[in-house]
Design a protein around this ligand. Sequence first.
Ligand code: DQA
Length: 142
Amino acid sequence: MKILVINGPNLNLLGTREKGIYGDKDYEDLCDYIKESAKELNLEIEVVQSNYEGGIIDFIHNAYNNFNGILINPAAYTHYSIAIYDALKGINLPTVEVHISNIHKREEYRKKSVTAEACVGQISGFGFHGYKLGLQALKEII
Ligand code: DQA
């Protein structure tokens, strides 16, 4: 079972950006955590990141026929990218949305997720552990 993990803009700045919200571990630590979790769950994964909407859309298109499911943190695009929503709907692979912070406990504009409407479900507020929960959920679903 192959899962594509997609991380959106500014997640490469983990460890530097707003540590009170996202913690002090960096992006490499996140990738290590995801890879370790996948190993434990016996899942094949690829982890990618882009700061561009089009880059994320290309990753999604490329997942069609190559992966069984997607775990995505669209970061700020979560809240307004109809293009990413359309891409996820377009390929129709089981997808779980994940957020490090609890987006429902933050600014009003973060409470709405456009992209979650194209997903099986959303995990939000469990830090890096949310990625493991997302992989577990995908394994069950697929
Ligand atoms: C985030 C939450 C988003 O609102 C924010 O724009 C991010 C990260 C999270 O993982 O908590 O960049 O997706």
